[in-house]
Design a protein around this ligand. Structure first.
Ligand SMILES: Cc1cc2nc3c(=O)[nH]c(=O)nc-3n(C[C@H](O)[C@H](O)[C@H](O)COP(=O)(O)OP(=O)(O)OC[C@H]3O[C@@H](n4cnc5c(N)ncnc54)[C@H](O)[C@@H]3O)c2cc1C
Ligand code: FES
Length: 285
């Protein structure tokens, strides 16, 4: 079958409301580097949503999407052959991948997909990699087979259904008592990245986090994705879309970041409610 640009060429369900997509796009597939993302619209009247480029192959790129609101529900309901309205990217600065020595990588929930390309690139640079992947339950511990190239792989689930019972941050805390690392990466829910950054700070460990701010234009013009970095008494405003999405978590003002994520909660709730009323039963998703 011949697919047009921006078509979904492959779709796979990982878990309830959690899907993998391969999208046809010659430019993104050629240019993307680990750590970068796209902003896409599903329909012409849809909102623009940022999603991490998880992998590429000739002419196509890979996404992993969790349905959390109107647009991500709508995307996860689309099937192979559907053509997205538009895709912009690759956006953002690539991860600072080089040979650091001993690297600790944490992935939580859908963030596991986002750390995969970074972990692969770090390994290629000759780093010794310890990876901790965590999710609420074993079904959501996605892509764990694809991390077999790591030197050490630890798994954690909140309910204890696989690996350590607890969060990736619990596992990180324990590990840092025994082992020394030169740098860390942590990608996952805001709260996970916040606490991983606090632990890293206690150990004087630089830690890259990928901030999933609410974005609109993705070009540094609207200010929607702004964050505050704190260094002593100095506060600095940066924009996740053009200055990030990765920042040293030890300097992120986490309260400001997490508060901004909840700014439109009521509108988001209403948009999802209206969408679900239109499309009917989505218990299969
Ligand atoms: C650089 C970047 C990369 C991202 N990569 C991925 C990815 O690979 N896969 C993926 O599934 N998601 C990713 N996200 C998050 C994704 O963009 C949001 O989940 C999506 O925009 C939500 O849109 P919605 O209309 O479905 O939900 P909304 O109605 O906008 O939000 C529904 C709920 O999700 C929360 N939410 C909204 N936006 C975000 C956000 N950016 N991060 C976390 N929670 C949010 C809201 O507070 C609300 O509770 C990324 C975000 C950024 C900024
Ligand atoms: S999304 Fe508008 S400034 Fe970053």
């Amino acid at each position: 079958m011949e697919f047009s640009e921006n078509a979904i060429v492959e779709k796979k369900k990982f878990a309830s409301k959690l899907y993998e997509f391969w999208i046809r796009n010659s430019l993104v597939s050629k240019k993307a580097k680990p750590g970068q993302f796209v902003i896409l619209r599903i329909t012409e009247r849809g909102e623009r949503i940022p999603l991490t480029i998880v992998d590429t192959r000739p002419g196509e790129f890979r996404l992993v999407v969790k349905a959390v609101g109107k647009s991500t529900f709508e995307l996860c309901m689309k099937e192979e052959g559907y053509v997205l309205s538009d895709v912009v990217g690759p956006l953002g600065k690539p991860s600072d991948v080089r040979n650091y020595g001993n690297v600790l990588v944490l992935g939580g929930g859908v963030g596991i997909a986002a750390v995969l390309p970074i972990a692969k690139a770090l390994k290629k640079e000759g780093n010794k990699l310890t990876v901790i992947l965590g999710a609420r339950t074993v079904d959501e511990l996605i892509l764990r087979d694809e991390f077999s190239f790591c030197d050490e792989l630890l798994l954690a689930t909140d309910d204890g259904s696989l690996g350590i019972k607890g969060t990736v941050v619990d596992a990180m805390r324990k590990l840092l008592k025994e082992k020394k690392f030169d740098v860390a990466w942590a990608i996952g829910p805001g709260v996970m990245m916040k606490f991983a950054s606090y632990v890293a700070k206690e150990h004087n460990l630089p830690i890259w986090v990928s901030l999933n701010s609410i974005m609109i234009d993705g070009t540094g013009m609207c200010g929607g994705c702004r964050i505050t970095l704190k260094n002593g008494n100095v506060n600095k405003i940066e924009y996740t879309c053009v200055d990030g999405p990765e920042f040293d978590g030890r300097f992120v003002d986490w309260d400001v970041f997490i508060n901004r994520l909840t700014l439109y909660r009521e509108q988001e709730r209403l948009a999802l409610e209206k969408f679900l009323a239109e499309v009917g039963d989505v218990s299969w998703l």
